[in-house]
Design a protein around this ligand. Structure first.
Ligand SMILES: [Fe+2]
Length: 240
C-alpha cells in the first residue's frame, strides 16, 4: 500500500520553526514523519523541541552528528570537536532533560523502510567505510551520489546535514534532502512531503512554511550560548 510521508531534518533546537511545520504536517494528512537527525544543538529550544516531537505519533527518527555530540558532552565522553563548538555542546547538554537525553542516546544511525516495494534509506549524511560521516560536499552532484550508493539496495536515499534542499534522481535511485528545518536564512522553514503510490511511484513536494524567525534569533542572542557568533554569521547568515 502507498504512503504519504513528511520528511524533516536538522531541526537544531528551533521550536518556533518546528511548531509551524508540525501544524502544516497535521494539515497535510501524512501517514508517517521521517526525521533525519540533528534534532538539537545550535538553537536554544532543546526541551521545547524534544517535547513537541514526543507528542507526535507515527514518527521515525535517526540521530545526527549534533545529537551525538550532545550525548557525548552529557556523558563526559571524548570528542573530536574542540573549542567553542564543544563548549556549545556542553551548554546544550547542561540544559537538556535527562529523559530527552536518553531518547537521543537510543537513536539509530540509519533506518530502512519498505513501502510499495520501494526501499528507503534514512541517514543523516553519507557514511564512510569507518562508519563516520563523510565531509560535506557543498556541490552535491548526481555522479558522486551514484558512486556512493549504486551498489546499495536502496531506491530512495533521504539525508540532511548540509542544510541544502536537494532532489536528484536517475532511472533507479532518488536522492532527497528536505533542507534544514531550523537553520534558515529567511523566515521560511523547509520540509518535504513524499508520496509513494501503490505502484511504487515516488513524488515529492518541497514546502516552505513561514515562522517567527525574528523571535527565534532574538531569544537565541539573549541566551548567548557558546559559538553564538559562528551560529549567527555562518549558519543563520545574520549581519552584524
Ligand atoms: Fe548535521
Amino acid at each position: 500500500m502507498g504512503k504519504r510521508i513528511a520528511v524533516i531534518s536538522d531541526i537544531h533546537g528551533n521550536h518556533f520553526a518546528l511548531s509551524k511545520v508540525l501544524e502544516d504536517i497535521e494539515k497535510s494528512d501524512v501517514d508517517e514523519v521521517f526525521c533525519l537527525g540533528d534534532i538539537v544543538s545550535l538553537g536554544h529550544q532543546t526541551n521545547e523541541v524534544m517535547n513537541a516531537l514526543k507528542r507526535k505519533k507515527n514518527i521515525i527518527y535517526i540521530r545526527g552528528n549534533h545529537d551525538d555530540e550532545v550525548v557525548k558532552a552529557y556523558k563526559g565522553e571524548p570528542s573530536d570537536i574542540k573549542g567553542a563548538e564543544q563548549d556549545h555542546h556542553l551548554y546544550i547538554a547542561g540544559h537538556i532533560h535527562e529523559g530527552h537525553l536518553k531518547m537521543l542516546e537510543a537513536l539509530p544511525l540509519t533506518e530502512v523502510r519498505e513501502v510499495s516495494g520501494i526501499v528507503i534509506l534514512m541517514v543523516h549524511y553519507h557514511l564512510a567505510e569507518d562508519g563516520k560521516y563523510q565531509s560535506i560536499d557543498y556541490k552535491p552532484a548526481l555522479a558522486s551520489l551514484e558512486k556512493h550508493y549504486n551498489n546499495s539496495r536502496y531506491d530512495v536515499i533521504l539525508f540532511g546535514h548540509d542544510h541544502m534542499s536537494l532532489h536528484l534522481e536517475n532511472d533507479s535511485q532518488l536522492f532527497m534532502n528536505p533542507g534544514a528545518l531550523g537553520i534558515t536564512a529567511d523566515a521560511f522553514s523547509p520540509y518535504a512531503v513524499m508520496d509513494i503510490g501503490d505502484d511504487g511511484s515516488v513524488d515529492f513536494e518541497f514546502k516552505k512554511i513561514p515562522y517567527d524567525r525574528d523571535s527565534f534569533v532574538r531569544e537565541l542572542r539573549k541566551k548567548n550560548p557558546p559559538a553564538l557568533d559562528f551560529i549567527l554569521k555562518e549558519l543563520l547568515k545574520e549581519e552584524g
